[in-house]
Design a protein. Structure first.
Length: 290
């Protein structure tokens, strides 16, 4: 395939969609700072005393950030060969939802809080930190959790049965006068106690109720360790499959995933191997020489 002509669109694409170049890294860092600043502004605006004193500043700052995001959204559309693919992609929808709330708030007051959706755009930070290189290890953990899902489901079902039984007993022992007004509320108390959270909004008063609560709390410490043991066993089993058969270097290669921040200008495909020159999906050249 012939290399794509290097023009202002390809340069804009490299700056916006990739973090391998100094300009791309700078763009993503500025974008993340703007997102964080916007979220802080929304939080501060929710404080009535602060908003009453600095409302004009907060409103102007939010408009500045909204206009910047609007320009960025348009730039993302015009810098790709297939704009609709970006518009209807996950990040495309998030970018749109994080831009329009301020405009909608003009027509529909009260929707301004939707700008908190910009927090989802912080997922782009993984492109800068290149945390995707460690997806191999996380995939092993996901496999272990998936393999143990039946055991965990049975365990959770058993805990729910125990919470229902103990909750009903506490309802009979303590009664409405001590805060256990109904069985669902008593089951709620039992779940909170079993998980060792202990909000303290309801507490047994009678000696028998306190004894039962003590038993539940002791059981709670044992219950916490069970899911961890199940997942750990499956994780060890999955990891041990390769030991003794492959070298340490081969095992490390299997557990790592070679990904970079290159994004295809033609089809927007990411997750290319390090050093790749062409998109593995459409064959378009990834790097453009000046």
């Amino acid at each position: 395939m012939k290399p794509t002509k290097h023009n202002w669109r390809t340069k804009l694409h490299e700056v916006i969609y990739e973090a391998d170049t100094p300009s791309g890294k700078a763009f993503d860092l500025i974008l993340l700072v703007a997102i964080l600043a916007s979220i802080v502004l929304v939080m501060l605006e929710s404080i009535k005393s602060f908003d009453a004193k600095y409302h004009r500043f907060l409103d102007i700052a939010e408009w500045v950030i909204t206009i910047l995001f609007s320009i960025e959204y348009v730039a993302r559309i015009i810098s790709v060969n297939k704009p609709f693919k970006y518009i209807f992609s996950f990040y495309g929808v998030i970018d749109l939802l994080s831009t329009i709330p301020k405009y909608i708030s003009i027509l529909l007051p009260g929707t301004h809080s939707l700008v908190a959706l910009r927090a989802l755009r912080l997922l782009r930070v993984f492109r800068i930190l290149k945390l995707a290189r460690y997806l191999g290890a996380s995939n092993q953990l996901a496999t272990a959790i998936k393999a143990s899902r039946a055991k965990i489901a049975v365990f959770l079902f058993a805990v729910l049965i125990a919470a229902t039984i103990f909750g009903t007993i506490m309802y009979l022992v303590e009664g409405e006068e001590n805060g256990f007004t109904n069985i669902p509320k008593s089951v709620y108390w039992c779940i909170v106690t079993l998980t060792t959270v202990g909000f303290g909004d309801i507490a047994p008063v009678t000696p028998l109720g306190q004894f039962i609560a003590t038993v539940i709390m002791i059981l709670g410490y044992g219950i916490i360790a069970v899911p961890t043991g199940i997942v750990s066993a499956e994780y060890t089993k999955a990891s041990g499959k390769h030991k003794g058969k492959l070298s340490d270097e081969e095992i490390e290669q299997l557990e790592s995933v070679h990904l970079n921040t290159q994004c295809c200008v033609n089809c927007l495909t990411e997750q290319h191997q390090d050093g790749a020159e062409f998109c593995y999906k459409c064959g378009c050249r990834l790097h453009h020489d000046s």
